[in-house]
Write a protein that binds this ligand. Structure first.
Ligand SMILES: O=C(O)COP(=O)(O)O
Ligand SMILES: [Mg+2]
Length: 228
């Protein structure tokens, strides 16, 4: 029995929902490049990949606010300033994703799940307009039956709305569904939806170890889900 079956009492889930940034793809290099282009257009110093890595996870509007604040806490940033910066960021990020890579371990696991007839979905806080083209460009276009972006619904993770929406569309119960993510927003969304959650250590969790959120399983590589 592999760890995935062990999580489901010897069976397999019928639906697996994935986070995108930090779970399927290492997208921070392109996100950081777009943040830095935006900051430079505003006459500011670049932030750099290391700091942007800790700011990713709550969608583009919050990422931009954090970049303007130079820290996670961004409540002091005025909305008009954030709106203007967000326009610059969206244009810069739309310019290309050449630095973004699919993590090793992702493709064989998606292939295996597809072969088991498991339904697959992406639920990300990344703006929806970027998601399908990015999956396509990186060779993951054919896998997912549902895609929910950060602006697809009124709520985004850690709210469970995206997960509840996909499970309703699929007609699959929480007991037969799994969420796979890298950040506290993912673990909390899964918990709130009542769905089992696997978390990956290689992604972005605001600089904190993801094990602190107590997901059902913590993995360093997605292939460990099917090992043994
Ligand atoms: O765009 C973000 O902030 C993070 O996106 P994610 O939900 O795919 O990790
Ligand atoms: Mg993520």
């Amino acid at each position: 029995m592999n760890p995935l079956q062990r999580l489901f009492d010897g069976r397999l889930p019928r639906l697996v929902m994935f986070d995108l940034d930090g779970t399927l793809m290492d997208s921070v290099p392109d996100l950081a490049a777009a943040v830095d282009k935006m900051l430079q257009q505003l006459g500011r110093e670049p932030a750099g990949v290391q700091r942007v890595r800790d700011w990713v996870g709550n969608g583009a509007p919050v990422l931009v606010r954090r970049a303007l604040a130079g820290q996670l806490e961004h409540s002091a940033i005025a909305q008009a300033e954030a709106d203007n910066a967000l326009r610059l960021f969206m244009a810069a990020y739309g310019g290309g994703h050449a630095l973004t890579c699919v993590y090793s371990g992702v493709l064989p696991v998606l292939d295996w799940m597809k072969a088991q007839d498991i339904k697959l979905a992406v639920i990300t806080n990344k703006p929806e307009q970027f998601v399908a083209p990015l999956l396509q460009e990186k060779g993951l276009g054919g896998f997912f039956d549902w895609i929910v972006g950060g602006d697809t619904l009124p709520q985004q993770k850690p709210d469970p709305a995206g997960l509840l929406y996909v499970m309703a569309q699929a007609g699959i119960d929480v007991s037969e569904s799994l969420f796979v993510g890298d950040s506290r927003n993912d673990v909390r969304a899964a918990r709130a939806a009542g769905v089992r959650c696997v978390a990956l250590t290689y992604g972005y969790n605001h600089g904190q170890p993801i094990a602190e959120e107590c997901p059902d399983l913590v993995l360093d590589d997605l292939r460990q889900l099917l090992a043994g």
